[in-house]
Design a protein around this ligand. Sequence first.
Ligand code: SF4
Length: 284
Amino acid sequence: MEKILVHTCCGPCAIMPLQTLIKDMYLPTAYFFNPNIHLDNEFRLRLFAMQEVSKQYEIPLIIEGNYTYFEKIKANANTTKEERLQYRSIVEECVGFLHTHMDEEKFNISVTKILRKWENYAQGFSSFHIDHLQAENGLNQNPHLKMNEELQVDAMAWAMRLKEYKEGERCKLCYEERLYQTAYYAATHGFSQFTSTLLYSRYQNHEDICHAAQNSMEKVNKEIQENSLQNASPVNFYYQDFREHWQDGIDLAKDWGLYRQKWCGCALSRMESLERMAKREYAK
Ligand code: SF4
């Protein structure tokens, strides 16, 4: 049986790729690295769903990164004035779409309705209140779970950078950063292969994901060749089109009662999704 490091973007998308790999006699380790996820509650909900999936399959789960930024903002502590202003400018820019030709009041009501719907849905999950401390308690109870907090993740800086790019371009960058980190971790931790549950999603750009994974693999392998990575061995990107299992994954996610997110991840995708749904609501 061969070991494989599987970048996992969320629990529901991880179900079928993991199941398929296990059936194909691989030994997967899930690797949760997603600094793109906007809002700390959302991050926890997705992480919690991933923990559930790793428990179901009894496979190791590595949580990469120390995500503290939004908590810092929320607590209004240790943030500079400039950081707070930057944060506000992102939020304001994201809600810029409200200034449309539509009846603003009516549209605002639609937005509020959708937001309330999302919040009620999230409240229905016990994970709503989990925090890193609880995740650490989970660490004690779950021998498969490992937190790796050495890598500092600045979700704010991530969002600031992404907003400079158009949708397609920002996603390419987002895939590449997550997959490079996965390839790097694989190479430096004894995995000869890596893949990603992003390859399961029908909402993502499959070709761009493959391209990003391929680039990441080549970059890491070149760094190994040039001796700039210590104690690392070459890695391969394992490709499989997991989209063919799309409906099976949705059915299982529902059966297992997993949290299913309403937007891709970043602040911009949240606003785009909100806009789409609010427009449908508005049209009713
Ligand atoms: S829409 Fe999704 S893939 Fe694209 S940048 Fe945002 S989080 Fe990343």
